[in-house]
Design a protein around this ligand. Structure first.
Ligand SMILES: *[C@@H]1O[C@H](CO)[C@@H](O)[C@H](O)[C@H]1NC(C)=O
Ligand SMILES: *[C@@H]1O[C@H](CO)[C@@H](O)[C@H](O)[C@H]1NC(C)=O
Ligand SMILES: *[C@@H]1O[C@H](CO)[C@@H](O)[C@H](O)[C@H]1NC(C)=O
Length: 440
């Protein structure tokens, strides 16, 4: 009994210090009425998000207090900058739940983002509040309670019918969008969700700073969950020292900083403080810290390309050059200024050399430069304006052509020439699943 009491006390103490820690970020407010003016929320602190929804472009919005984090990295913004009318309803507190309606056969609601605050629901289309909103939740979603915890859209056949799943405590409500019928369920074995979202056809329930992937029909959780949200859905550089780096990096949805394959066909992919490596002829990926193999570079590289058995690693305005080997060795005299070495001003987005060539293709914003690596001095020549993407994260070139990476997707072009001439974005591929072989 004594042991139980002690354990209880310890958990309580931990819970309290956790709450206290959170409260520190909610200056002058209770949870739920958090006015965080002047206080910087840091998602890497282990925040419990209030709500998550994915916008029309597939970018997740994580709501916390009166702020929203867009995408998987970067700072919080005030939610009322994107959803202006929230300003007039501050007494309602924070966003409890959010989802984007996504049913093409329901044009009046398709791609609307629904925000739930207290007893009210707001419907936004392209960041404009729909006429007549906010409305009572009971009016728009009859049978669905107020003060929700989470909501997620679930199209057929992932759910039996086109459905929105609402969460409140351990109560689950399957709301049929066509018939408006509500089916109450219990998801045994699943924690109470504080936010939930559908991402790349998978369903995630967030609880605290952890998440579980669940089956939207039954609530079953398969595999090793919960996992740490900061490992998979946020770019937190110093985080997760005790977890499995390889599984985390393969399955992370956070964008890559850089990727390249060397002359032998080994592939290296860089993200934050870590890199993934796949050796030629071996399907297995393994992850390590950048520090461990590229000590001088330390972390957070902008672009990497491989040329004549060397890795050219570009970070801000500098180039680091490593001779490929075990271990990789940093060349004497480097890092050198990027401007001197390649004639281009940093920062750049992507750089790659195609096999058996000596031209580095450098993407910087909406321009592609060609740099002849055999020339001296090296002078960039503008190849073309490249407006297919606003900005790419990285790119690589191999025997099968060019892959450009943006967010958690990549796009394949049979050659640089085809890439430069392309008028439309080709089919998107899922980096975690299709390149790194992550199974979820
Ligand atoms: C957003 O809310 C903050 C306080 O939460 C307020 O200071 C600011 O004026 C609001 N901005 C807009 C655009 O309404
Ligand atoms: C989950 O929610 C129910 C109320 O619906 C509550 O009784 C229970 O304590 C909650 N569980 C946890 C672990 O918070
Ligand atoms: C493939 O790579 C993994 C991880 O680096 C290693 O453990 C394994 O032995 C390699 N397999 C072969 C066939 O080389």
């Amino acid at each position: 009994m004594k042991l139980v009491t002690q354990t209880l006390c310890l958990s309580l103490a931990l819970a309290l210090s956790y709450t206290h820690h959170q409260a520190g970020h909610q200056e002058g407010g209770h949870e739920g009425h958090g006015h965080t003016v002047g206080v910087m929320l840091d998602r890497c602190d282990g925040l419990e998000m209030d709500a998550v929804a994915v916008n029309e472009e597939g970018i997740p919005y994580f709501f916390k207090g009166d702020h929203v984090f867009k995408g998987f990295h970067g700072k919080a913004e005030l939610s009322n900058q994107s959803f202006a009318e929230l300003e007039d309803h501050q007494h309602l507190g924070h966003v409890d739940a959010a989802f984007r309606m996504h049913f093409e056969d329901r044009p009046t609601e398709h791609d609307h983002i629904f925000l739930f605050l207290d007893t009210k629901v707001f419907s936004y289309y392209k960041h404009m509040l729909e006429k007549g909103f906010p409305k009572d939740i009971s009016e728009v979603f009859p049978g669905i309670p107020d003060h929700l915890d989470a909501a997620v859209v679930c199209p057929a056949p992932e759910c039996e019918e086109d459905t929105v799943i609402f969460f409140k405590g351990d109560e689950i409500y399957h709301y049929n969008v066509k018939t408006k019928k509500v089916e109450e369920k219990k998801f045994e074995g699943m924690p109470n969700c504080t936010s939930a979202f559908r991402f790349m056809e998978h369903y995630y329930c967030f609880h605290g700073h952890q998440f579980s992937k669940f089956d939207p029909k039954t609530g079953e959780v398969h595999g090793r969950y919960p996992k740490e949200a900061r490992d998979y859905f946020m770019k937190c550089s110093k985080f997760g020292d005790t977890t499995d780096h390889t599984e985390r990096e393969r399955c992370s949805r956070v964008h890559l900083d850089a990727i390249t394959s060397d002359d032998a066909g080994n592939i290296y992919a860089f993200r934050g403080h870590h890199f993934l490596e796949q050796d030629a002829g071996n399907d297995t990926w393994s992850a390590d810290t950048i520090e461990s193999e590229f000590k001088e570079l330390h972390s957070e590289v902008d672009a990497v390309f491989s040329y004549e058995n060397h890795l050219y690693m570009i970070k801000d305005d500098e180039v680091y050059v490593y001779k490929v080997g075990e271990p990789h060795t940093h060349l004497e005299g480097y890092p050198k200024p990027l401007k001197k070495e390649l004639g281009v001003e940093g920062p750049i987005d992507a750089a790659f050399v195609c096999q058996d060539h000596h031209i580095a293709h450098i993407i910087k914003g909406k321009t592609v430069y060609a740099v002849d690596l055999k020339a001296s001095p090296r002078v960039p020549v503008k190849e073309r304006s490249f407006t297919l993407f606003d900005k790419v994260d990285t790119g690589m070139c191999g025997p099968d052509g060019v892959k450009l990476f943006k967010g958690n997707h990549y796009y394949h072009f049979p050659s640089v020439k085809v890439m430069l001439m392309a008028r439309a974005i080709p089919e998107e591929h899922k980096t975690a699943l299709e390149l790194f072989g992550c199974d979820h």
